[in-house]
Design a protein around this ligand. Sequence first.
Ligand code: NAP
Length: 259
Amino acid sequence: MRVLILGGTGDARRLAEVLTAASAGGSAGSAVGRPGLSVVSSLAGRVRSPVLPPGEVRVGGFGGVAGLRAYLWAERIAAVVDATHPFAATMSASAAAATTELGIPLLVLRRPGWTPGDGDRWHWVPTLAAAAEALPGLGRRVFLTTGRGGLAAFAGLGEHWFLVRSVDPPEPPMPPRLRTLLARGPFTLDAERELLREHRIDVLVTKDSGGAMTEAKLRAAGELGIPVVIQSRPPVPAGVPVETTVAGAARWLAAVRGA
Ligand code: NAP
């Protein structure tokens, strides 16, 4: 049985690890652990030096729904796990459409979103444009962790100063007053607290990515009384089952295999 993991997240990598170990005989007895499981992970190719999952990896877009459908057919894919980032809505929609057309089982593996603690001041917004609109009333020194692709929404804010953290350098259009910090998580609470203090940040802008690796900035902002503007997640495509853990996704695959 050939399984496609749509990746770009730590959970996608961990699922590939679990499945490749299992197919090598690591968890004999479970349906996933039976020999004959082959896994291919797919990356969009946006990050210059990605942390690669074990096993077979393909890189680059498929060419929309039609391209993905052709790929699934040609590669004889029997199940797909969409473990893309919660904001990769185009890829998730393509996966739902192509698998429905071919009758291939699809699972979304998506870690839970974040929730505010007592006293936290979080402002939920539907888009980054709405986040940019909310900023003037909230602060002037902004810590922006929405990914380098989302800077255009803030390009018109000439009065604000931005500390932008991303894995690869951002590209224009971007705000005129900006400092870039190239870094990849995990980030600790101590380091995040220090970063906010050092740069005299008075508002944090982020997306509801979820996960422990990048959550500390929210806790640090809460401790320092800094407001947070947070973009809500797009919905999962209708009718697609969701698991929130790698173990849950492995169980789903075992059930598909055993069916
Ligand atoms: P997106 O808007 O949903 O996808 C745009 C296009 O990129 C898709 O239509 C597809 O091209 C291609 N693509 C996306 N994910 C792919 C994958 N895993 N394998 C092959 N092609 C893929 O996605 P995005 O928000 O630009 O994110 C791109 C990648 O970065 C995703 O894999 C995601 O998991 C990861 N990522 C995203 C974020 C974020 O905040 N959005 C954060 C961290 C990591 P075709 O139509 O040609 O197939």
